[in-house]
Design a protein around this ligand. Structure first.
Ligand code: PLP
Length: 463
């Protein structure tokens, strides 16, 4: 970790000027400009080291969300930066449309070794949405190549998040993302109920529900006509649904259903991959091998933008045998050598420092500490696996009444957490997913801040 680096601190006038320039010229994703103005501009982060971030005014924060479920190995890894620097000096770029580079070859081999079963063939891209776009087209063409061109439908889950490009958005089911604004979306995308046991869509309870959420997938396949369905896509743990962890039989059941109907199963591991849940990949918790796995974020811990799809042998070989079978798909930056190098060193660090194991141990500790917060009237539920947790905040615990997304209490709990020195993500869930390097005292500090902010919110609400 880089202890010696230090960005010179900006004067107050420089900081204010940058905030104003940000408001005038930098379009901040997902945020309302008026809110940004009211807030005096976005926080400006200038440095990261380990689990800590420093803003332009010199205030430090714990990065309790690892960027955005990204920086698994923590900030300030000069080992990755140096490797990227060397690669850029040796070969900054070569198009993978015409040639392979050594780092891309080595990364593909490494990912094939890490991924379960015969997930052996790696298609590289630059992020999660691109990965999902690859998976959509790959699944579509797989069936065309297999002589079943009528299999064009995809089944995703409501409350899911798969990215914001048009294909990924068409699969997404998260209501907060306002799919309707961007219609018409891709046709043939169907959505089924999800794995949200705290608010089961059918009002059922596990285990007497007999996994109605998995059965809903089969009902949809049968309703649409199995011969028309290309793939089912799901996040192993639904982060967008407040880190909903499926029941143990859910993924094996999905695997059975897809096999029975000749439908491909895609696990979207963009968040859950690379140790986040206490296993290298989320689907390993349930011992299943999907037909394709999308990945991004933790593969490079954000040191370079990298993502992609790992496909099973049976999928990849369907693209061999003549020009009509070729996957006519790719991006200029597919397999970028600097990205591949960053990912390789990042994976070295994850393995060398046993970060997957630390995620399991510290994750359980964090979940236990957070579960104790259930005593609070504002805490409806606490969920998680590994260092991927969420605290669901409710207006009324007895009725499970939700906060509206723009409820001032949520906004002020969010500001309070920041004021107390912690970066998290807050919607009606407070998400906690720090870098995988945390120790017990870090977890204690984070949970302590979360508890203070919740207590403060409860006082504001007059509980
Ligand atoms: N898939 C999942 C499960 C995600 O959580 C995300 C982003 O959070 C994406 C895809 C899209 O990734 P990106 O933002 O890199 O395009």
């Amino acid at each position: 970790m880089a202890d010696s680096r230090s960005v010179p601190q900006a004067t107050t006038a420089e900081a204010e000027e940058l905030r104003q320039i940000a408001l005038d010229h930098l379009w901040i994703p997902m945020r309302q400009h008026d809110d940004m103005v009211a807030q005096g501009g976005p926080p400006i982060i200038v440095e990261g080291n380990g689990i800590r971030l420093t803003d332009i005014k010199g205030k430090t924060y714990i990065d309790g969300i690892a960027g955005m479920w990204v920086v698994n190995v923590g900030h300030g890894r000069t080992e990755i930066a140096d490797a990227v620097h060397r690669q850029l000096n040796t070969l900054p770029y070569a198009s993978t449309f015409v040639a392979a580079t050594v780092p891309a070859i080595k990364l593909a081999q490494r990912l094939a070794k890490l991924a379960p079963g015969d997930l052996n063939r790696v298609f590289l891209a630059s992020g999660g949405s691109e990965a999902v776009e690859c998976a959509i087209k790959m699944a579509r063409q797989y069936h065309i190549n297999a002589g079943q061109p009528q299999r064009s439908k995809f089944i995703a889950r409501r409350e899911s998040y798969h990215g914001t490009s048009m294909g990924a958005l068409s699969l997404m089911g998260s209501p907060g993302m306002h799919r309707e604004r961007y219609e018409p979306l891709l046709p043939n995308m169907r959505h089924v109920g999800t794995i949200y046991c705290y608010r089961c869509a059918w009002g059922l309870e596990y285990p007497s529900c007999n996994l109605n959420c998995a059965q809903d997938v089969e009902r949809m396949i049968e309703f649409e006509g199995p011969a028309t369905v290309a793939a089912v896509i799901a996040e192993p743990i639904s982060v967008s649904c407040g880190v909903s962890v499926p029941q143990p039989e859910y993924w094996p059941r999905l695997r059975e259903i897809c096999d029975k109907h000749g439908v491909l199963l895609i696990a979207d591991e963009v968040i859950t991959g690379f140790g986040r849940t206490g296993k290298m990949f989320g689907c390993e918790h349930w011992g299943i091998v999907p037909d394709m796995m999308t990945f991004a974020k933790g593969v490079s811990s954000g040191y370079q933008p990298v993502g992609g799809v790992i496909a099973r042998e049976s999928v990849a070989t369907m693209f061999e045998g003549g020009p009509e079978k070729t996957f006519t798909h790719g991006f200029t930056y597919s397999g970028h050598p600097a990205g591949a190098v960053a990912a390789l060193v990042n994976i070295d660090i994850i393995e060398r420092e046993n970060l997957v194991e630390n995620s399991a141990t510290m994750g359980q500790y964090m979940l236990d500490r957070l579960t104790a917060l259930k005593e609070h009237p504002m805490v409806g539920d606490v969920r998680g696996l590994g260092l991927l947790c969420a605290v669901e905040l409710v207006k009324d615990k007895a009725t499970k009444e939700k906060f509206s997304p723009d409820d001032p209490i949520l906004k002020s709990v969010s500001s309070k957490v920041l004021e107390l020195g912690l970066f998290v993500r807050i919607s009606d869930n407070l998400f906690l997913a720090p870098p995988l390097i945390v120790g017990k005292s870090d977890v204690d500090e984070m949970v302590g801040i979360v508890e203070k902010a919740i207590t403060w919110g409860e006082q504001e609400m007059g509980y």
